[in-house]
Ligand binder design. Structure first.
Ligand code: NI
Length: 169
């Protein structure tokens, strides 16, 4: 079991656009295992490779309450979006207790491959659809706070800076 360091906003590495995975091998599967360990340890529902400084297009996810329904999508792409929802979102890479509603599609259809390189297509709605859109954003260097007003973003930055000063004093 390995817990990886989760990059924290405003770390510029969170802005790197991830590259497509060209080969699914044992080394990559090991990295994914570490990502699951890290995600469960941090009590997150999703973790994009970008967040642990691996700039490849894949993410891990588990939106179940029982924490035993793993989803890992390699080279994910949203091929269909439908409707609108506004759900509260937070992120393991954004401190300061940041949590706010973001406009997302209600339903999405996502394609990609699994860890055996087999093509998969998943349709999701509600929380799972939010999570897919949030993680895919990470792979493009986008954070959920980018969707908020500039005033809200400033408040989050102030809170993070304040927390950091408190930690250091
Ligand atoms: Ni996130």
């Amino acid at each position: 079991m390995a817990i990886l360091e989760i990059l924290q906003y405003p770390d510029p590495r969170l802005r790197i656009k991830a590259q497509p995975v060209t080969k699914v091998d044992d080394a990559l599967r090991k990295q994914v295992e570490d990502m699951y360990d890290t995600m469960y340890d941090a009590k997150g529902v999703g973790l994009a490779a970008t967040q642990v400084n691996i700039h490849l297009r894949l993410f891990t996810m588990d939106v179940s309450e029982t924490r035993d329904q793993r989803v890992c999508i390699v080279n994910p792409e949203i091929i269909h979006k439908e409707g609108t929802q506004y759900e509260g979102e937070g992120c393991l890479s954004v401190g300061g207790g940041a949590y706010d509603k973001v406009e997302r599609a209600m339903k999405v259809r996502l394609c990609g491959t699994d860890l055996d390189g087999k093509p998969i297509e998943i349709e999701a709605e509600g929380l799972m659809a939010v999570c897919f859109q949030h993680e895919l954003d990470h792979l493009n260097g986008i954070l959920f706070i980018d969707h908020l007003s500039r005033l809200k973003q400033q408040r989050i930055r102030d809170k993070i800076a304040k927390d950091k000063r408190r930690e250091q004093s």
